[in-house]
Design a protein around this ligand. Structure first.
Ligand code: SF4
Length: 359
């Protein structure tokens, strides 16, 4: 039997249920596909529901302030995705009269949309027969064809994409892609696949040859670089110093003072006019190409005290801080900051050391 028939029959009985499944609104499908670029489906679902209630259509998203868009994105990471969504919504309003483009090339031309996302949107929303080739699909087709070339090489990718195009049905193209996504997420997983549960078992070359667990072949990747930061929660009364980032990574997100490679000595020098300086915990955050090792510090700044290190900061109350988009990398520091302010304003004070935690 054809791969597509086997797959669609299986999908009809076994599809995963998500709030963004079974819908045909290209705007909502687009938001879900952008979220799913770097976030697991189960994690993305509640973010998607909040995001589309706040921005229910392209126009609402285009008209929103970037800061609001980032705030609804906060926690998902990879914030360039949110900035691109915002820019793309403005382009759709300006160049496409506010209607999501139907044509694959037009969808592909929008910021933040690559081959995979354009194919996913076009197939799910408009039934365009294009395979949405992501890591899952390359893995599945490498195994089906017993392909031993590296899937990081363009030649292998082209070959596998052509195999997928041939397997594509004429109708239910979106379901075909989604069935492959589900198969890759639950059965034809990386490492050892669950071939005994697979609807494509009889058609799979690597299963027959016993090579499925060795596939797909990948090039060896460079390890992410490690960076060390002192994350400084500077407080003055009930306010906290926050900075808007200008760097490419986490651009326009709000963070505490970040001092790269600064240790105790540098902090005591930078904040020599402050009486209370103390470490309150540690945190680690893994980005795609970087790992941040962070030591979190609290510095209590005397009223009216000025220093170069805090130049350009915005002093925010906890309520104001809540309204600003902050990245997940600051989560542990944010929790520590909440405890610091709670401690500073409690009537019975505990020693500072009891607040310290390894985060
Ligand atoms: S039979 Fe096994 S290796 Fe082949 S597609 Fe199915 S799960 Fe993947």
């Amino acid at each position: 039997m054809e791969i597509s028939r086997l797959l669609l029959d299986w999908y009809d009985k076994n599809r995963r249920v998500f709030p963004f499944r079974g819908i045909s609104d290209p705007y909502r499908i687009w938001i879900s596909e952008i979220m799913l670029q770097q976030t697991r489906t189960g994690t993305a679902a509640p973010y998607w529901e909040r995001f589309v209630s706040a921005f229910p259509d392209v126009k609402k998203l285009a008209d929103a302030a970037e800061e609001d868009v980032l705030r609804y994105w906060a926690g998902l990471g990879y914030y360039s995705r949110a900035r691109n969504l915002h820019r793309a919504a403005q382009i759709i309003c300006r160049d496409f009269g506010g209607s999501f483009p139907v044509d694959y090339e037009a969808i592909r031309s929008l910021p933040g949309i690559g081959d995979y996302t354009a194919a996913a949107i076009a197939s799910i929303a408009f039934d365009v027969p294009i395979p949405a080739m992501d890591g899952n699909l390359y893995r599945i087709f490498a195994r089906l064809a017993d392909e031993h070339g590296s899937i990081d090489r363009p030649a292998t990718r082209t070959k596998l994409r052509e195999t997928a195009e041939k397997a594509m049905p004429l109708k239910r193209c979106g379901d075909f892609n989604q069935a492959l996504m589900d198969l890759g997420a639950g059965i034809c997983i990386a490492g050892i696949p669950s071939c005994e549960q697979c609807p494509l078992r009889m058609e799979c070359m690597s299963e027959k040859k016993g090579t499925a667990a060795e596939l797909p072949v990948r090039d060896i990747k460079k390890a992410p670089s490690e960076r060390r930061f002192a994350v400084v929660i500077a407080t003055e009364g009930n306010t906290i110093a926050l900075f808007r980032r200008d760097e490419k990574l986490l651009k326009n997100m709000w963070v505490y003072l970040l001092l790269e490679n600064a240790g105790e000595a540098e902090l005591y020098t930078a904040f020599s006019g402050c009486t209370e300086i103390g470490s309150v915990g540690r945190a680690r955050h893994v980005f795609t190409h970087q790992i941040w090792e962070m030591e979190i510090w609290h510095v209590k700044v005397p009223e009216g005290w000025e220093c170069d290190t805090l130049a350009g900061c915005r002093w925010c109350t906890p309520e104001e801080q809540e309204r600003l988009p902050m990245p997940a990398a600051m989560r542990a520091a944010k929790e520590a900051a909440a405890k610091i302010l709670e401690y500073d304003h409690a009537s019975v004070k505990k020693p500072l050391s009891s607040m310290a935690q390894s985060v």
